[in-house]
Design a protein around this ligand. Structure first.
Ligand code: SF4
Length: 344
């Protein structure tokens, strides 16, 4: 039996699981995935983390603890620094392995790898050989596993562009959809903007995609845009953004504003997220100036499902009314329609 590797179903699992599972399985390892996020996992993460930590990191800590009881040989806790030239990930990703080590004692040893594109040279980065040597001393096997992982990651990105969700792709649930939205024949089309772990972890976002679809909306998420489209959206900015996920968020929101016909956007933000507080403010200001509807939902462990449903319903109703009346601006903010000059 192969070495068992525990992968937490949180944070960048939603972006890179296919890459890592292909790599490890190519080296003969067995993947043990933590269960879907649930109340128990969230509570154990909250207990382990310091209070000011953002919700997604707390959730990650809960997943780590759930894997600790599953007899895995190693936990996989990569340290992401940079995945593209001249841009970085948020400091929480850089400090994640150290945070886990300090805050959660008694867990299986962690397999650490530094993902830092600035240091990756050659066809196969030395970091990948170092990681691969835990399983085999055969460099050809490591090289092959790495190449296959890259190929699968590319195919993952392409399928995301076509409107599939990460877990549908990871577990081959369906490949039938070919459009770029998550529902067709809807009365409204909405942009859902945020980090992958907020968009696709159904527990922490209270299954927002299903709820919106149930309310008759067709969804385009910020993960369904190509690099070219994101870069086109970014042209509105005077200065470059040096956070990779901030770039995706703002680029997709601006692209939607200029090029794609959505009736409004919903921004999904984590409470206590430093980068998001800046990025979302920029998006909100731009949408306000352009008189286009947006709704910001801040996710934290205290978010109540009833409150979220009420806000979504109100937003959807406002958009439908706006569409019916053919009004260009019936906002959830700013000026009122009946009395355009007076602030609400
Ligand atoms: S980008 Fe924000 S939500 Fe994500 S890990 Fe960093 S602080 Fe947390």
């Amino acid at each position: 039996m192969g070495i068992k590797i525990g992968i937490p179903r949180a944070l960048l699992y939603y972006d890179y699981f296919l890459f890592w599972s292909t790599f490890f399985e190519g080296l003969g390892a067995e993947i043990i995935l933590s269960p879907k996020t649930n109340k128990e996992i969230l509570n154990s993460g909250i207990k382990a983390a310091v209070e000011e930590t953002c919700l997604p990191v707390k959730v990650f800590m809960g997943h780590v603890q759930s894997l600790a009881s599953q007899k895995v040989d190693y936990l996989f806790i990569p340290r992401y620094v940079s995945v593209e030239p001249r841009r970085f990930l948020c400091p929480k990703f850089m400090g994640l392995p150290y945070m886990i080590k300090q805050l959660i004692p008694g867990i299986p040893p962690a397999l650490n790898v530094d993902i830092d594109i600035r240091k990756h040279k050659g066809e196969v980065p030395e970091e990948m050989y170092r990681l691969g040597r835990v399983f085999t001393f055969n460099p050809w096997k490591i090289r092959l596993a790495y190449r296959l992982a890259l190929e699968n990651q590319e195919s993952f990105k392409n399928r995301m562009l076509r409107g599939l969700q990460p877990e549908e792709i990871f577990f081959n649930r369906t490949d039938a959809k070919t459009t770029r939205t998550l529902k067709q024949n809807s009365t409204l089309r909405l942009g859902l903007i945020g980090h992958s772990y907020n968009l696709y972890d159904r527990y922490i976002n209270m299954d927002i995609i299903t709820k919106l679809q149930g309310m008759g909306a067709e969804i385009v998420t910020s993960k369904m845009f190509s690099d070219r489209e994101i870069n086109q959206g970014l042209k509105k900015l005077q200065k470059d953004i040096f956070w990779t996920f901030g770039k995706e968020t703002i680029g997709s929101a601006y692209y939607l504003l200029e090029n794609a016909s959505v009736d409004g956007i919903i921004l999904l933000v984590s409470f206590a997220c430093g980068p998001d507080s800046l990025i979302m403010d920029l998006i909100e200001r731009t949408y306000k100036r352009a008189e286009r509807p947006f709704l910001t939902l801040v996710l934290d462990e205290h978010s109540a499902e009833v409150g979220v449903i009420t806000r979504l319903e109100a937003f959807i109703e406002m958009l439908k009314w706006r569409k019916q009346k053919n009004e260009s601006y019936i906002p959830a903010h700013g000026k009122s329609v009946d009395c355009p000059e007076s602030p609400i």
